[in-house]
Design a protein around this ligand. Sequence first.
Ligand code: MLT
Ligand code: MN
Ligand code: ZN
Length: 284
Amino acid sequence: MKIRVLGSAAGGGSPQWNCACAPCRQARRTGRNRLQDTVAISGDGNAWYLLNASPDVRTQILATPELTPGPGLRETPLRGVVLTTAELDHTLGLLSLREAVALRVYATAAVGHALSAAFALRPILQCYTTLEWTDLGSVQPLDGGLEVRRVTVGGKRPRYAHDIPGDDWVSALRITDTWTGFVFVYATCLPAWTSEFDDFVKGADEVLLDGTFATEDELTAGTGRPGSARAMGHLPIADSRVRFAGHPGTRFRYGHLNNTNPSAGDDIARDGLEMGGHRGRDVR
Ligand code: MLT
Ligand code: MN
Ligand code: ZN
């Protein structure tokens, strides 16, 4: 399986345009920027999928050689987008993919409903491309030999969709390369580490985890803005790192870092990072 992190920041990116907190000033000084959370995956290196579509998606695709179009004049290796939330930082990029001849999007019913009834992204996009909207169930095969298992990890609605009914608002994905057995878990919005989630990551090779906040009170301490990490649906790094010991064969890394998060180190993803690999057979 090939995995490429196209963006490792939470909504707003890093630095955030209107923020002068210490990590944003540091990012401006050093040029160490992060685009917003989106990951590209492929089982065979030919058929590619995006996990979420951030507002930075055009820049992200142009920076990714694997997503270069051709040989057909409007042929692209991008086969679709899998959404894990209906949040703006995960969905606005769909509007920037409207030039597609056809666009397949996988999403839960709640996410699909919010993107029709509360924010008309879906009907708008339909005016520009052949939109193949697909209900993301618990098991979803993808081209190139990938299989996606989905579990609901949270019920936090986007602010714009506070009155939309539904349960499956925030998903984690467990993606298996059925050819090599390699397993990647993507969970960049994780409100709590439940026993169900612990089972969900069991035996995974790589995990990209919720790295929004380093600590529970980071946002308020750094910017004076209200909101604790958990109240915003994000388990802080301080409380998820302690779980790694229970999964010695798994490599954990953090994505979706908020601009206030000063974390650095081997387990912090950066834009362009390649993850992935193989188990057993690696040649097709
Ligand atoms: C989140 O990850 O919690 C949301 O994207 C927050 C937001 O951008 O409003
Ligand atoms: Mn977000
Ligand atoms: Zn900042």
